[in-house]
Design a protein around this ligand. Sequence first.
Ligand code: BEZ
Length: 258
Amino acid sequence: MENVKNTKDFWNAKLYDNKHSFVSTFGNDLVEWLAPEKEEKILDLGCGTGDLAKKLLDYGVDVIGVDKSDNMVRQARIKYPNIHFIVCDATDLKYRNEFDAVFSNATLHWVKPPQQALHCIYQSLKQGGRFVAEFGGKGNVQIITDEIKNQLKLFSFENNIRKFPWYFPSIGEYSSLMEETGFRVTLAQHFDRPTELEGENGLQNWIEMFGNALLEGIPDDKKDQIIKNVENNLREILYHGRNWTADYKRIRVIGIKE
Ligand code: BEZ
Protein backbone atom coordinates (compact mmCIF):
# COMPACT_ATOMS: atom_id res chain seq x y z
CA MET A 1 0.00 0.00 0.00
CA GLU A 2 1.25 3.45 -0.86
CA ASN A 3 2.23 5.32 2.30
CA VAL A 4 1.03 8.85 1.60
CA LYS A 5 1.34 11.04 4.67
CA ASN A 6 -1.21 13.77 4.43
CA THR A 7 0.00 16.72 6.42
CA LYS A 8 -2.82 19.14 5.56
CA ASP A 9 -5.57 19.60 8.12
CA PHE A 10 -8.71 19.18 6.00
CA TRP A 11 -11.00 18.94 8.98
CA ASN A 12 -13.69 21.52 9.52
CA ALA A 13 -14.66 20.93 13.15
CA LYS A 14 -17.84 23.05 13.03
CA LEU A 15 -19.18 21.38 9.86
CA TYR A 16 -18.34 18.03 11.47
CA ASP A 17 -20.37 18.85 14.60
CA ASN A 18 -23.26 20.44 12.68
CA LYS A 19 -23.76 17.98 9.85
CA HIS A 20 -21.94 14.77 10.74
CA SER A 21 -22.73 14.15 14.38
CA PHE A 22 -23.96 10.68 13.28
CA VAL A 23 -20.31 9.60 13.39
CA SER A 24 -20.15 9.78 17.19
CA THR A 25 -23.81 8.74 17.54
CA PHE A 26 -22.96 5.42 15.85
CA GLY A 27 -19.95 5.24 18.15
CA ASN A 28 -22.28 4.79 21.14
CA ASP A 29 -22.73 1.16 20.06
CA LEU A 30 -18.98 0.69 20.12
CA VAL A 31 -18.78 2.05 23.66
CA GLU A 32 -21.04 -0.85 24.66
CA TRP A 33 -18.55 -3.30 23.14
CA LEU A 34 -15.79 -1.51 25.03
CA ALA A 35 -17.73 -1.93 28.31
CA PRO A 36 -15.65 0.70 30.11
CA GLU A 37 -15.18 0.42 33.85
CA LYS A 38 -14.72 3.13 36.39
CA GLU A 39 -11.12 4.29 36.83
CA GLU A 40 -9.85 2.43 33.80
CA LYS A 41 -7.32 4.38 31.77
CA ILE A 42 -8.52 4.52 28.17
CA LEU A 43 -7.13 6.15 25.04
CA ASP A 44 -9.74 7.47 22.59
CA LEU A 45 -7.82 7.28 19.33
CA GLY A 46 -9.25 9.66 16.71
CA CYS A 47 -11.38 11.50 19.23
CA GLY A 48 -12.58 14.18 16.78
CA THR A 49 -14.38 16.91 18.68
CA GLY A 50 -14.50 14.82 21.84
CA ASP A 51 -18.09 13.56 22.19
CA LEU A 52 -17.20 9.93 22.84
CA ALA A 53 -14.33 10.87 25.14
CA LYS A 54 -16.93 12.79 27.15
CA LYS A 55 -19.11 9.71 27.23
CA LEU A 56 -16.17 7.68 28.59
CA LEU A 57 -15.51 10.38 31.19
CA ASP A 58 -19.13 10.01 32.31
CA TYR A 59 -18.45 6.31 32.95
CA GLY A 60 -15.74 7.39 35.37
CA VAL A 61 -12.94 6.55 32.96
CA ASP A 62 -9.57 8.30 33.05
CA VAL A 63 -9.66 9.20 29.35
CA ILE A 64 -7.15 10.81 27.01
CA GLY A 65 -8.35 11.90 23.56
CA VAL A 66 -5.92 11.89 20.64
CA ASP A 67 -6.54 13.21 17.15
CA LYS A 68 -4.29 14.07 14.24
CA SER A 69 -6.30 17.20 13.44
CA ASP A 70 -5.40 20.38 15.26
CA ASN A 71 -8.79 21.87 14.26
CA MET A 72 -10.69 18.98 15.84
CA VAL A 73 -8.62 19.00 19.03
CA ARG A 74 -9.05 22.76 19.41
CA GLN A 75 -12.83 22.33 19.22
CA ALA A 76 -12.73 19.33 21.61
CA ARG A 77 -10.84 21.37 24.20
CA ILE A 78 -13.40 24.17 23.97
CA LYS A 79 -16.32 21.74 24.39
CA TYR A 80 -14.78 19.62 27.14
CA PRO A 81 -12.10 21.61 28.99
CA ASN A 82 -11.77 18.99 31.73
CA ILE A 83 -10.58 16.27 29.32
CA HIS A 84 -6.98 15.95 28.20
CA PHE A 85 -6.78 16.10 24.38
CA ILE A 86 -3.59 15.74 22.39
CA VAL A 87 -2.74 16.24 18.71
CA CYS A 88 -0.93 13.15 17.48
CA ASP A 89 -1.03 10.78 14.50
CA ALA A 90 -2.00 7.18 15.32
CA THR A 91 1.31 6.05 13.80
CA ASP A 92 3.32 8.30 16.13
CA LEU A 93 1.95 7.31 19.56
CA LYS A 94 4.73 7.09 22.13
CA TYR A 95 2.85 5.45 25.02
CA ARG A 96 4.22 2.26 26.60
CA ASN A 97 2.06 -0.17 28.63
CA GLU A 98 -0.19 2.65 29.85
CA PHE A 99 -3.78 1.90 28.91
CA ASP A 100 -6.38 -0.65 29.93
CA ALA A 101 -8.00 -0.10 26.54
CA VAL A 102 -7.51 1.71 23.27
CA PHE A 103 -10.83 2.70 21.73
CA SER A 104 -11.18 3.96 18.17
CA ASN A 105 -14.31 4.92 16.28
CA ALA A 106 -14.41 5.88 12.58
CA THR A 107 -10.72 6.74 12.42
CA LEU A 108 -8.51 3.88 11.34
CA HIS A 109 -9.63 4.02 7.70
CA TRP A 110 -7.67 7.31 7.57
CA VAL A 111 -4.46 5.81 8.92
CA LYS A 112 -1.66 4.41 6.79
CA PRO A 113 0.29 2.26 7.14
CA PRO A 114 -2.09 0.22 9.32
CA GLN A 115 0.71 -2.02 10.62
CA GLN A 116 2.42 0.98 12.19
CA ALA A 117 -0.77 2.16 13.88
CA LEU A 118 -1.40 -1.36 15.22
CA HIS A 119 2.14 -1.52 16.56
CA CYS A 120 1.68 1.82 18.37
CA ILE A 121 -1.69 0.71 19.77
CA TYR A 122 -0.18 -2.56 20.98
CA GLN A 123 2.69 -0.77 22.69
CA SER A 124 0.28 1.68 24.34
CA LEU A 125 -1.70 -1.11 26.01
CA LYS A 126 -0.96 -2.79 29.30
CA GLN A 127 -0.58 -6.57 29.18
CA GLY A 128 -4.11 -7.97 28.91
CA GLY A 129 -5.44 -4.63 27.67
CA ARG A 130 -8.02 -4.49 24.89
CA PHE A 131 -8.21 -2.76 21.54
CA VAL A 132 -11.77 -2.03 20.45
CA ALA A 133 -12.26 -0.39 17.06
CA GLU A 134 -14.75 0.26 14.32
CA PHE A 135 -14.03 1.83 10.96
CA GLY A 136 -14.72 1.57 7.24
CA GLY A 137 -14.34 -1.96 5.90
CA LYS A 138 -13.96 -3.49 2.45
CA GLY A 139 -16.44 -1.94 0.02
CA ASN A 140 -17.12 1.08 2.24
CA VAL A 141 -18.74 4.01 0.38
CA GLN A 142 -17.75 2.31 -2.84
CA ILE A 143 -20.75 3.48 -4.86
CA ILE A 144 -19.91 7.08 -3.98
CA THR A 145 -16.16 6.86 -4.44
CA ASP A 146 -16.42 4.90 -7.72
CA GLU A 147 -18.58 7.69 -9.13
CA ILE A 148 -16.19 10.40 -7.90
CA LYS A 149 -13.30 8.50 -9.57
CA ASN A 150 -15.37 8.19 -12.72
CA GLN A 151 -15.89 11.95 -12.80
CA LEU A 152 -12.23 12.65 -12.05
CA LYS A 153 -11.38 10.61 -15.15
CA LEU A 154 -13.97 12.40 -17.30
CA PHE A 155 -12.61 15.78 -16.18
CA SER A 156 -9.00 14.63 -16.78
CA PHE A 157 -7.99 14.79 -13.13
CA GLU A 158 -6.77 11.16 -13.07
CA ASN A 159 -3.88 12.14 -10.77
CA ASN A 160 -6.36 12.91 -8.02
CA ILE A 161 -7.50 9.27 -8.00
CA ARG A 162 -4.10 8.41 -6.52
CA LYS A 163 -4.94 10.68 -3.58
CA PHE A 164 -7.54 8.15 -2.38
CA PRO A 165 -6.99 8.70 1.34
CA TRP A 166 -8.66 5.65 2.86
CA TYR A 167 -7.85 2.10 3.90
CA PHE A 168 -10.89 -0.18 3.88
CA PRO A 169 -9.72 -3.72 4.74
CA SER A 170 -11.65 -6.98 4.94
CA ILE A 171 -11.82 -8.61 8.36
CA GLY A 172 -9.55 -11.38 7.05
CA GLU A 173 -6.87 -8.88 6.15
CA TYR A 174 -7.17 -6.76 9.29
CA SER A 175 -7.40 -9.72 11.70
CA SER A 176 -4.20 -11.09 10.16
CA LEU A 177 -2.44 -7.76 10.70
CA MET A 178 -3.66 -7.73 14.30
CA GLU A 179 -2.36 -11.25 14.87
CA GLU A 180 0.98 -10.41 13.30
CA THR A 181 1.21 -7.50 15.75
CA GLY A 182 0.62 -9.83 18.70
CA PHE A 183 -3.10 -9.41 19.39
CA ARG A 184 -5.46 -12.28 20.09
CA VAL A 185 -8.46 -11.36 17.96
CA THR A 186 -11.62 -12.09 19.93
CA LEU A 187 -14.12 -10.44 17.60
CA ALA A 188 -14.20 -9.41 13.94
CA GLN A 189 -17.36 -8.33 12.14
CA HIS A 190 -18.08 -6.81 8.74
CA PHE A 191 -21.52 -5.31 8.26
CA ASP A 192 -23.54 -2.86 6.19
CA ARG A 193 -24.52 0.39 7.76
CA PRO A 194 -26.56 2.43 5.29
CA THR A 195 -26.14 5.96 6.62
CA GLU A 196 -28.53 8.83 6.04
CA LEU A 197 -26.96 12.07 4.90
CA GLU A 198 -29.45 14.67 5.87
CA GLY A 199 -31.26 16.79 3.30
CA GLU A 200 -31.07 17.57 -0.39
CA ASN A 201 -27.41 18.67 0.07
CA GLY A 202 -26.45 15.65 2.14
CA LEU A 203 -24.21 14.05 -0.46
CA GLN A 204 -22.59 17.35 -1.39
CA ASN A 205 -21.89 18.08 2.32
CA TRP A 206 -20.42 14.61 2.76
CA ILE A 207 -18.11 15.02 -0.25
CA GLU A 208 -17.04 18.48 0.90
CA MET A 209 -16.39 17.26 4.45
CA PHE A 210 -14.69 13.94 3.77
CA GLY A 211 -13.76 13.82 0.10
CA ASN A 212 -11.73 17.00 -0.03
CA ALA A 213 -8.42 15.14 -0.34
CA LEU A 214 -9.71 13.54 -3.56
CA LEU A 215 -10.70 16.93 -4.97
CA GLU A 216 -7.59 18.78 -3.81
CA GLY A 217 -6.18 21.32 -6.26
CA ILE A 218 -9.21 21.27 -8.58
CA PRO A 219 -10.58 24.75 -9.38
CA ASP A 220 -13.83 25.51 -7.57
CA ASP A 221 -16.01 25.70 -10.70
CA LYS A 222 -14.82 22.24 -11.85
CA LYS A 223 -15.19 20.84 -8.34
CA ASP A 224 -18.81 22.07 -8.23
CA GLN A 225 -19.48 20.45 -11.60
CA ILE A 226 -17.95 17.17 -10.49
CA ILE A 227 -20.08 17.10 -7.34
CA LYS A 228 -23.22 17.97 -9.35
CA ASN A 229 -22.51 15.13 -11.78
CA VAL A 230 -21.95 12.70 -8.91
CA GLU A 231 -25.29 13.75 -7.46
CA ASN A 232 -27.09 13.41 -10.78
CA ASN A 233 -25.64 9.99 -11.51
CA LEU A 234 -26.30 8.58 -8.05
CA ARG A 235 -29.67 10.18 -7.36
CA GLU A 236 -31.62 7.17 -8.57
CA ILE A 237 -29.87 4.72 -6.25
CA LEU A 238 -28.92 6.79 -3.21
CA TYR A 239 -31.58 9.51 -2.91
CA HIS A 240 -34.83 8.54 -1.29
CA GLY A 241 -37.20 11.48 -1.44
CA ARG A 242 -35.65 13.65 1.26
CA ASN A 243 -32.28 12.24 2.20
CA TRP A 244 -29.25 10.60 0.67
CA THR A 245 -28.08 7.24 1.95
CA ALA A 246 -24.35 6.52 1.93
CA ASP A 247 -23.28 2.91 1.43
CA TYR A 248 -21.23 2.58 4.61
CA LYS A 249 -19.73 -0.81 5.45
CA ARG A 250 -17.99 -1.15 8.77
CA ILE A 251 -15.57 -3.51 10.35
CA ARG A 252 -15.56 -3.93 14.10
CA VAL A 253 -12.69 -5.67 15.86
CA ILE A 254 -11.61 -6.51 19.37
CA GLY A 255 -8.11 -7.68 20.19
CA ILE A 256 -6.35 -8.50 23.45
CA LYS A 257 -2.68 -7.77 24.09
CA GLU A 258 -1.22 -11.06 25.19
C1 BEZ B 1 -16.48 6.32 7.27
O1 BEZ B 1 -16.72 6.71 8.42
O2 BEZ B 1 -16.67 5.17 6.91
C2 BEZ B 1 -15.95 7.27 6.29
C3 BEZ B 1 -16.03 8.60 6.53
C4 BEZ B 1 -15.52 9.43 5.61
C5 BEZ B 1 -14.95 8.98 4.48
C6 BEZ B 1 -14.89 7.66 4.23
C7 BEZ B 1 -15.40 6.80 5.14
